[in-house]
Design a protein around this ligand. Structure first.
Ligand code: ZN
Ligand code: ZN
Length: 97
C-alpha cells in the first residue's frame, strides 16, 4: 500500500496552515525568500530596526507632487523635480567634488 506516503504529504500540507508561504517571507504581499525568522532580508531589517516587520511603509499614500520648476506641470520624480528638470538643475547647481 502507498497510503503512508499520501498521509505524509497531507500532514506536511496541514503544517503550512493552508498558506503557500513555505519559503517566503510571512509578510503579506511579500514573495521574497526567507532570510531569517520567517522574514525576507528586507523585512528582517525592519524587525531589527523598528522591532516590527510590518512597519513597512508610512500610512500615508505616496504623495504625488509636481515638479518644483516654475510652470512645469510634470510630476516630480527625483528631489522634487521631473526627470528633465532634475537633470537641468543638477547641471546648473555647483555640486563640487
Ligand atoms: Zn518580506
Ligand atoms: Zn519639470
Amino acid at each position: 500500500m502507498k497510503a503512508d506516503s499520501l498521509n505524509g504529504k497531507k500532514e506536511q500540507q496541514a503544517n503550512t496552515q493552508g498558506r503557500q508561504n513555505m519559503n517566503h517571507c510571512i509578510i503579506e504581499n511579500c514573495t521574497k525568500p526567507i532570510k531569517a525568522k520567517d522574514l525576507c532580508a528586507m523585512h528582517h531589517q525592519r524587525l531589527l530596526r523598528h522591532g516590527d516587520p510590518s512597519i513597512v511603509r508610512p500610512r500615508r499614500v505616496k504623495q504625488v507632487t509636481n515638479c518644483k520648476w516654475i510652470k512645469c506641470t510634470q510630476l516630480s520624480k527625483t528631489k522634487g523635480f521631473c526627470a528633465k528638470h532634475y537633470y537641468i538643475q543638477r547641471t546648473l547647481s555647483p555640486e563640487k567634488d
